[in-house]
Design a protein around this ligand. Structure first.
Ligand code: SAM
Length: 326
């Protein structure tokens, strides 16, 4: 049966991973140290695993950000203003968006952007069902690549870029500045960015969040190799790689890795790659910021600091930023 919202959700599918996955996997395995882009975690299996990570007792970021958004919904809606078009980067399940949409006065449209097509469509349809008056246009794209937004017919208020989940923390600082500057080009002077950022905190809280006892994060990490096997016919032996997440104090970030359990080789796209025992493939960074370090980063991208909301423990920050029109 067709989901009820399907007729109302327009999809712009830029097919972001079709050719890119094999090329980037090969490039990442050929470089030293080996490193794969975390955006490839998110096929439909990876997106479902991410939703499960959010439910683990150790993974504080989702719960904490949801609480901040709920507690400060009225102030965030005032910051956004009436008639806003909400454009969400890395929208995933759009769960946090509902808190924003519920608080906003007469939102004009919702434009979720995500690389994970099926998950995006399901989430966009669910939003369309729940908010029948809201036009929803889903964009399946890699937001790190050049992208123009569709015309903003009927938008009366501001464009509000919504970027929750501390997904910005996956990027190293120069890339993060580049992305925030680029998405600013979609904006007019005075438009807003509402962005969730994970903050520095005791390591006994941070490290378990990426090493949950149930092994969901491990399955999420290993799905990168499983996906290469499924989509590219690669020959990674999943039982011979294990998950590790360590804190790198020098860079204030979690580094997620896959570790080869023994000497082995795997084939990808006709090329063979040897892995020594203990060999490392880095798969994701999650940078942790202080509020002032993140403010500096956002300002370097052309956004001015306007508002800030946090939780009682100061574990997570939601920044309200304004495009200065550069
Ligand atoms: C950490 S999850 C956060 C999901 C959701 N925003 C939340 O706060 O729970 C990152 C999301 O961004 C998407 N994503 C990651 N890299 C992307 C990219 N380069 N372009 C578009 N979407 C991306 C993933 O598919 C995933 O839905």
């Amino acid at each position: 049966m067709k989901p009820a919202g399907l007729d109302r959700v327009r999809l712009l599918d830029l097919e972001p991973t079709t050719d890119d996955f094999e090329a980037q996997l090969l490039a990442g395995l050929r470089r030293q140290p080996r490193r794969l882009p975390c955006k490839f975690f998110y096929d439909s299996v990876g997106s479902a695993l991410f939703e499960l990570i959010c439910e683990t007792p150790e993974y504080y970021p989702t719960r904490t950000e949801l609480k901040i958004l709920a507690e400060h919904a009225a102030a965030i809606a005032d910051f956004a203003g009436p008639g806003a078009r909400v454009v969400e980067l890395g929208s995933g399940s759009s769960r946090k968006t509902r808190l924003l949409l519920d608080a906003l006065r007469e939102p004009a449209a919702y434009v979720p952007i995500d690389i994970s097509r099926e998950h995006l469509l399901n989430a966009a349809n669910a939003v369309a069902d729940e908010y029948p008056a809201l036009p929803v246009m889903a964009i399946c794209a890699d937001y790190a690549r050049p992208l123009s937004l569709p015309e903003e017919d009927g938008t009366r208020g501001r464009t509000i870029l919504f970027f929750p989940g501390s997904t910005i923390g996956n990027l190293e600082a120069p890339e993060a500045v580049g992305l925030l500057a680029r998405v600013g080009q979609w904006c007019r002077s005075g438009d807003r960015l509402i962005i969730g950022v994970d903050l520095e905190k005791p390591l006994e809280v941070v490290v378990p969040a990426y090493n949950d006892k149930a092994g969901v994060t491990a399955a999420f990490n290993l799905n990168l190799l499983a996906r290469a096997n499924r989509e590219l016919g690669a020959t990674f032996d999943l039982d011979r790689f294990s998950h590790e997440a360590i804190y790198d104090r020098a860079h204030q970030r979690i580094e997620m890795r896959l570790i080869s359990q023994q000497q082995q080789a795997a084939e990808v796209g006709g090329a063979w790659f040897a892995f020594a025992a203990e060999a490392v493939i880095t798969t994701e960074f999650s940078h942790k910021y202080t509020p002032s370090r993140f403010q500096q980063l956002a300002e370097a991208a052309g956004w001015s600091f306007t508002s800030y909301w946090t939780d009682d423990r100061g574990w997570f920050g939601v920044f309200g930023l304004t495009w200065s029109g550069r």
